[in-house]
Write a protein that binds this ligand. Structure first.
Ligand code: FE2
Length: 183
């Protein structure tokens, strides 16, 4: 397996851990407990910024190389990009409802839980699709030279697109969150 795909799979695994934490928090909330706003805000920081800065740029580069190697995959590229857009849309709804609840507006717990779960379900579905279709197709279509180009860009500290430093910071933040969740 390419190192790049291994990194993307690890990103997915780390996002899944946070989704599981969120699910526990929602169940707690629906059982009548107050929301842990700080925990949700910190998870939201991760779910908003990590994919945008560190994960999607890598996937976009793979998709572009796939389109060069196999133009028939162009519609596929558009599908994945549309799914990333939909994720952002659902995350924005989650953030809006959460901010309303936090500011003291009367929000029915089931409404907030529904908005958070819509985003989570779509993200899980999307990651599953990438893992079962996109990544295997990339491994089949791309040559070693393509992976070398992608890795070189990912490792270039001066590259304005790849958030190498952000990746390190979010890795640390993830560890803090997991330690927190285990307490
Ligand atoms: Fe992904």
């Amino acid at each position: 397996m390419s190192q790049v795909i291994a990194k993307l799979l690890e990103d997915h695994r780390r996002m899944t851990v946070l989704l599981d934490m969120l699910e526990r928090e929602i169940s707690h909330y629906l059982a009548g407990f107050a929301l842990n706003h700080f925990l949700i805000e910190t998870i939201l920081d991760y779910l908003t910024n990590f994919p945008r800065k560190c994960h999607h740029p890598v996937e976009n580069l793979i998709l572009r190389r796939m389109t060069i190697r196999s133009p028939a995959h162009a519609p596929y590229l558009r599908e994945i990009i549309a799914e990333h857009e939909r994720l952002k849309y659902l995350l924005d709804i989650f953030i809006t409802t959460f901010e309303q609840e936090k500011s003291g507006q009367v929000i029915r717990p089931y409404r907030l839980a529904k908005d958070i779960r819509s985003y989570m379900e779509y993200l899980r579905w999307h990651m599953e699709r990438e893992e079962s279709l996109f990544f295997p197709a990339a491994e089949k279509i791309l040559f070693q030279s393509d992976w070398d180009i992608i890795e070189t860009r990912m490792n270039d500290k001066g590259d304005p697109i790849f958030g190498r430093e952000a990746d390190r910071q979010y890795r640390a933040l993830h560890k803090v969150l997991v330690d927190w969740g285990e307490k």
